[in-house]
Design a protein around this ligand. Sequence first.
Ligand code: ASP
Length: 327
Amino acid sequence: MNKILAFALTAAVSSGAFAQDFPSKPITLVVPFAAGGPTDLVARQLAEALRKPLGGATVVVENAAGAGGTIGATKVARATPDGHTLLVWHIGMAATTSLYRKQQFKPLEDFEYLGMINDVPMTLLGAPKLPAKTYRDFENYIRANGGKLNLAHAGLGSASHLCGLMWQSAVKLDKSMTTIAYRGTGPAMNDLIGGQVDVMCDQTTNTTSQIEAGRVKAFAVTTAKPLSNHKLLKDYPSLQEMGLKGFNLTIWHAMYAPKGTPADVTKKLNDALQVALKDPEFIKRQEALGAVVVNDNRVTPAGHKAYVAGEITKLKTAIDAAGQFAD
Ligand code: ASP
């Protein structure tokens, strides 16, 4: 055997790169936020749905939180590209590149795109102690007290940060709220319930059960139109209806592998993802949380990548207008 071929074979075997052997060990879904939050929940439900289409493989979730998701994303970008370490992230893949001056990875170059999972609306929430009942009361209260209030989020570039930034910029507050960064909105939710922070905007996957239990106050949804089909959230107005022209923010989640993962492995992963997304149990669990499982071209690697490229451009305009950056 010539030397180059022998080297290629050794490299392929040591990285577990032959699709027929894949998966050869447990698959780790890296969630770049704390456990107990919305991205974590999506990943844990997906891990269960992926098991069967991956031939009974063990699929585990690892939380690598910090810096709005960029720490976990960097970890996956640098992981061995053999399909056993994957990233489950969200709109931050498109947002953080316009927020971090020294981002450690390039969203369109350093990953193999595996496909999108769901679209999730957000809800604008207040601590139970806030005197407001309606969105109008809430906006007036924040206008009058903005400088004294805190807004919780999951780090620069997280969905909650993006939503808070866009909302504050749309309502043109004289005094912005002080932002408090958490490692995820799971822990931030506890502080909102306890009243240590005043305001948070978060995915319905994290907020629905808390609203239902009356632990937090909800004021509006971030989609262009109200969620008229959602049993719990159908009566909340959309921000656009409340006069914030063009406000329309939906958070998507998606799955990625490190760049260089062999094509036959990424195909196996995308095939498994597509089966998981049609699993009635998965769909039911996601719908209960207000999420809509993706059923269009964005479940394909190319379709999702084209969508992210568009999101990067769209979000850059919104972020530049709101202006808040990190190194
Ligand atoms: N919802 C969070 C965010 O704002 C992240 C999380 O904890 O899943 O991006």
